[in-house]
Design a protein around this ligand. Structure first.
Ligand code: 2PG
Ligand code: MG
Length: 430
């Protein structure tokens, strides 16, 4: 088999993401004829400790072109992995990391490395004639994730119209992934109607959530609860709220500026505000409640909400096994967001999840705000049995491609499919 899976060709090209920006697509071909293809996504609200994506700079496309990264794949990277076995993911990723040689993947770029890392996995799965989730997880890969789906988009994805970035719903009360989508579709629709009635339905933000035309951050929470109720669903039981505060975007060194409300809060002021929201609204999960440079306050918040609310580290943890270890020791967060392009290879992202799971953390595989039709992350969530998946809203093709892929997998698994319930929350370790 290894001869059949030996890599004979690696080819990258520039394609375009959901914001109309250049990104890297790679194809890996194997001796036996199998081919794998993958496209890397791009974030807007990025953690300072993320692996670096390589952009060309200069005038074209606002400096966002990726010709250098594409050339890296077609040159150095292709030469290094030609002849390697595509089904030895660890070996391939180790070669990619060593070849880059920099601590932050800044020389070759996390975008060029990840395109090849993911395309190799797709090629290996195709060579075996199985879907990627099955290749990654074997017969045990039957856990369908609880989706976190955005209803209002804010922060860096909506011109900072409101400070909070993601107002999302989760469906702990659903019986299946398909039902979670049905419920979310109703909530999304009713939220849009509600905005239209107020005369504030102004289109959608970067990830497809309704444009957040609110006077205060809390108004969005009230609208969200109203949309759940209008859908005939029970807030908190059937459908609960998940937030990504993305606090690093509006706070540094323990000073947070709520631009919409024209006020400044210190760390404890923000903690107090969020705890008040947790008392007042059916909130099940909060991501990045405090800034990536405010670890001690992050830990205070995690302790204060106890087991009531899942506390997710995105900018704080940047999918790093090392940072998860440190933050577990400090008591900050109980769940890790997993974004492969924060690291640059599948192996490092998986290692982060393994370390997190061993420490009792929950996990959420996440898309980026700049996405494409690529559905690899759905397979990672199921193949790695992570239990939660965050993809943005319930609109726009690059988002729906992921939800629809998970539906296909649920159908294919049939009676073996299990929908992740609240048990997967990091605040509620099994
Ligand atoms: C996040 C993501 C997705 P971005 O902060 O979790 O919502 O945003 O890809 O811009 O970092
Ligand atoms: Mg985030």
């Amino acid at each position: 088999m290894s001869n059949e899976t030996s890599i004979t060709r690696v080819h990258a090209r520039r394609v375009w993401d959901s914001r109309g920006r250049p990104t890297v697509e790679a194809e890996v071909s194997l001796r036996g004829g199998a081919v794998g293809r993958s496209i890397v996504p791009a974030g807007a609200s990025k953690g300072m400790r993320e692996a670096l994506e390589l952009r060309d700079g200069g005038k074209a496309f606002g400096g966002q072109d990726v010709q250098l990264a594409v050339a890296n794949v077609n040159g150095e990277i292709a030469r290094a992995v030609l002849g390697m076995a595509a089904d030895d993911q660890v070996a391939i990723d180790e070669v990619l990391i060593a070849l880059d040689g920099s601590p932050n993947r800044g020389r070759l770029g996390a975008n060029s490395l990840l395109a090849v890392s993911m395309a190799a996995a797709h090629a290996a799965a195709n060579a075996r004639g199985v879907p990627l989730y099955r290749y990654l997880g074997g017969a045990a890969a039957t856990l369908l994730p609880m989706p976190q789906i955005q209803i209002f988009g804010g922060g860096a994805h909506a011109g900072r119209r409101v400070d909070i970035q993601d107002f999302m719903v989760v469906c702990p009360g659903a019986a299946s992934f398909a039902q979670a989508l049905e419920w979310t579709a109703e909530v999304y629709r009713h939220a849009g109607e509600l905005m239209a009635e107020r005369g504030s339905q102004l289109g959608v933000a970067d990830e497809g959530g309704w444009w957040p035309a609110f006077d205060a951050n809390e108004d969005a929470l009230e609208a969200l609860v109203a949309a759940i109720e209008r859908s005939g669903l029970v807030p908190g039981e059937q459908v609960a709220i998940a937030l990504d505060i993305a606090a690093s975007e509006f706070g540094h060194n323990g000073r947070y500026t709520l631009g919409l409300e024209r006020r400044q809060l210190d760390s404890d002021g923000l903690i107090e505000l969020l705890l008040r929201w947790c008392d007042k609204f059916p909130i099940a999960s909060i991501e990045d409640p405090l800034g990536e440079d405010d670890g001690a306050a992050f830990a205070r918040f995690t302790a204060a909400v106890g087991r009531r609310v899942q506390v997710v580290g995105d900018d704080l943890l940047v999918s790093s096994a090392e940072l998860v270890r440190e933050s577990a020791a400090a008591g900050a967060a109980n769940t890790v967001l997993l974004k492969p392009n924060q690291r640059g290879t599948l192996t490092e992202t998986l290692r982060c999840w393994e370390v997190a799971r061993a420490l009792g953390y929950g996990g959420i595989v996440s898309a980026r705000s700049g996405e494409t039709e690529d559905t690899t992350i759905v397979h990672l969530a199921i193949g790695w049995q992570v239990g939660q998946l965050k993809v943005g809203s319930f609109a726009r093709g690059e988002r729906m491609a992921k939800w629809n892929e998970a539906l296909r997998i649920e159908e294919r698994l049939g009676a073996r499919a299990r929908y992740a319930g609240v048990g997967v929350f990091g605040c509620n370790p099994a």
